[in-house]
Design a protein around this ligand. Structure first.
Ligand code: CP
Ligand code: NVA
Length: 299
């Protein structure tokens, strides 16, 4: 039994094997082939924060695999009234075959996983977004033909998506450069862990990071839970916008964003709508990637 709380709960071989399975499932879906491999299996999906892509892709993934998915809003559960996480985890484990959770604090999912006897999947926490990054790797592999030596430039906040991307890219022999304002670097513990696998460049100037990049990736300047800092962040991040000037530095780079995007802030409307943008392929790949994750985790 395995959890995916951090992307590094998977080995590089396991990540590559999930990607291979996702590619196969994507082809099969296009041909109308649906195997009911998760018949009579149920995924509980607990959301403490809103979601479009994660919720819908996991739900459709379970349906197409012949199983069921339960959408459970944190505040509709007794969790919202203070029932302990460790009790909820043990109760859920008696009903369902896996739990996917989106939580405000990473410690919440760590605690849940500790007491769960079924696989727990991180559908976003303040520290990591592993499922997003698996779909992103699938997208990069499709667009660039390989992962090794591909260079990613992350522009903006060193946030949850960035943290998971750093771990995955270093594990897989990719290159990664971050451009962020001082004080908004990726999590220091994640950087320490990533150093065991590879090298992470951190710049202040976005132009430095995008030199020779194959992928330019950005995300919102204020993540969920950071709404109170929004105005302050808008000012601090204003030189970190992914716009035509920045994108033109690297001729062949694709532009990625996990969505939802704030057009006119971290990315311009022009760039997100341009031919370089692969954001909707990324979003689609969430579905194929989630299916592969579920098949690998639920026996
Ligand atoms: N990218 C992503 O996780 O989107 P949602 O917040 O809509 O799930
Ligand atoms: N970094 C963003 C990602 C949303 C999918 C957030 O945490 O809000």
């Amino acid at each position: 039994m395995k959890h995916i709380v951090s992307i590094s709960d998977l080995s590089s071989e396991e990540i590559l094997s999930i990607l291979e399975l996702a590619e196969k499932l994507k082809k099969e879906r296009k041909m109308g082939i649906f195997k009911e491999q998760l018949k009579n299996k149920t995924l509980a999906m607990i959301f403490e924060l809103p979601s479009t892509r994660t919720r819908v892709s996991f739900e459709v993934a379970m349906l197409e695999l012949g199983g069921n998915a339960l959408y459970l809003n944190w505040n509709d559960l007794q969790l919202g009234r203070g029932e302990p996480i460790k009790d909820t985890a043990r109760v859920m484990s008696r009903y369902v075959h896996a739990v996917m959770m989106r939580v405000r604090k990473h410690e919440t999912i760590e605690e849940f996983a500790k007491f769960s006897s079924v696989p727990v999947i991180n559908g976003l926490s303040n520290l990591e977004h592993p499922c997003q990054v698996i779909a992103d790797l699938l997208t990069i592999k499709e667009k660039k033909g390989e992962l090794r030596r591909v260079k990613i430039a992350w522009i903006g906040d060193g946030n949850n998506v960035c943290n998971s991307l750093i771990l995955a890219s270093t594990m897989l022999g990719m290159k990664i450069a971050i451009a962020c304002p001082e004080g908004f670097e990726p999590n220091s513990e994640i950087l320490r862990r990533a150093k065991k696998f590879g090298h992470v460049d951190i710049f202040r100037d976005p132009k430095e990071a995008v030199k020779d990049a194959d992928v330019i990736y950005t995300d919102v300047w204020a993540s969920m839970g950071q709404e109170a800092e929004r105005e302050k962040r808008l000012k601090l991040f204003r030189n970190y916008q992914v716009n035509e000037d920045l994108v033109s530095i690297s001729r062949d780079a694709i532009v990625m964003h996990c969505l939802p995007a704030h057009r006119g802030e971290e990315i311009t409307d022009e760039v997100i709508e341009s031919e370089k943008s692969v954001v909707f392929d990324q979003a689609e790949n969430r579905l194929h990637a989630q299916k592969a994750i579920l098949l690998k985790l639920i026996s």
